[in-house]
Design a binder for this molecule. Structure first.
Ligand code: C2E
Ligand code: CA
Ligand code: CA
Ligand code: CA
Length: 279
């Protein structure tokens, strides 16, 4: 610590101090939230070119007693820094498998796929694959309906053990999507060796797609790349019909975004599926 002129150690500037305090409070409250059921999963539909719902991505929500809904963009980074991402991530896996186990017995839901976000630190646990397999068994979840979304930063860690874990889970039918594709570290050579099923085009590359564009460089490149590797493409953050049309023209397979549905409670999502089916 720097010595201030009055002799008192000056550890932090006020702003940093406030931020640290806020983070510690959030950490304490998040720990409590995990143990006391303040978290829940919202579902956002994923649709095919015919607008048929083929599945959903689970997005975590924290219903804080006084702060209201805290967004994952706020607390996931804190969870990652503190290690709370491990119990939190396990909770997500557990809830996801439980839901898939329920859907197995519900007409209209049996074929739906569920995507779960897995953070790097969670995936890196030596027993990650065993955790997933145990939960699948416990809730009788069909592994072929489960997709795990990983991010490119995973490729910075030990690739051999990453591939081994992915293959272990792929063998039972679980699939893998690479999330936020194009925003992070990506080595194209790794794309070939990872047992991936899907690339997700990041919202940043969907946002500025328009019909009048001469070239649609990044989204087009990702779709072409996916095709050449035999991977499916999910476009995220599709908000306008114009974006959908451009993506369809480029050969995109699956769409996700406010245009088709916002993330909603499991109940609201289920009601929408049932109503849709009844039409
Ligand atoms: P993500 O995995 O890239 O999730 C997509 C984000 O885009 C979600 O934000 C979703 O609500 C939002 N989104 C979907 N469609 C649209 C759209 O049309 N327009 C716009 N503007 N946004 C759209 P959300 O739910 O706030 O989640 C933010 C991030 O938090 C996620 O980004 C993911 O990285 C992380 N996250 C969420 N749930 C989990 C979880 O269960 N585990 C982990 N490890 N991370 C999670
Ligand atoms: Ca995701
Ligand atoms: Ca994403
Ligand atoms: Ca994203």
């Amino acid at each position: 610590a720097k010595q201030h002129r009055d002799g008192k150690p000056r550890l932090f500037h006020q702003a940093q101090e406030d931020e640290l305090e806020e983070r510690l409070t959030l950490e304490r409250e998040l720990q409590y939230a995990i143990e006391h059921d303040e978290l829940c999963l919202y579902l956002q539909p994923q649709v095919d070119a015919e607008r048929q719902v083929i599945g959903a991505e689970a997005l975590i929500r924290w219903q804080h007693p006084t702060r209201g809904m805290v967004s994952p963009g706020r607390f996931i980074p804190v969870a990652e820094k503190t290690g709370l991402i491990l119990p939190l991530g396990h909770w997500v896996l557990k809830e996801g498998c439980r839901l898939l186990g329920e859907w197995r017995h519900m007409p209209g839901f049996q074929d739906l796929k569920l995507s779960l976000n897995i953070s790097v630190r969670q995936f890196q646990q030596p027993d990650f694959a065993e955790q997933v397999l145990a939960l699948i068994q416990r809730y009788d979840a069909p592994p072929a309906r489960l997709t795990l979304e990983l991010t490119e930063s995973l490729l910075l860690s030990d690739t051999d053990s990453t591939i081994k874990k992915m293959e272990q889970l792929q063998r039972v039918g679980i699939s893998f999507a690479l999330d936020d594709f194009g925003t992070g570290y990506s080595s194209l050579s790794y794309l070939k060796v990872l047992p991936l099923d899907t690339l997700k085009i990041d919202i940043a590359f969907v946002r500025d797609l328009t019909l009048h564009m001469q070239a649609t460089p990044i989204a087009a490149t990702i779709i072409t790349l996916a095709e050449s590797l035999g991977l499916r493409v999910v476009a995220e953050g599709v908000e306008t019909d114009e974006q959908r049309v451009v993506l369809a023209r480029l050969g995109c397979h699956i769409y996700q975004g406010y245009l088709f549905g916002r993330p909603s409670t499991v109940k609201a999502f289920s009601n929408a599926i049932v109503e849709y089916d009844a039409v």
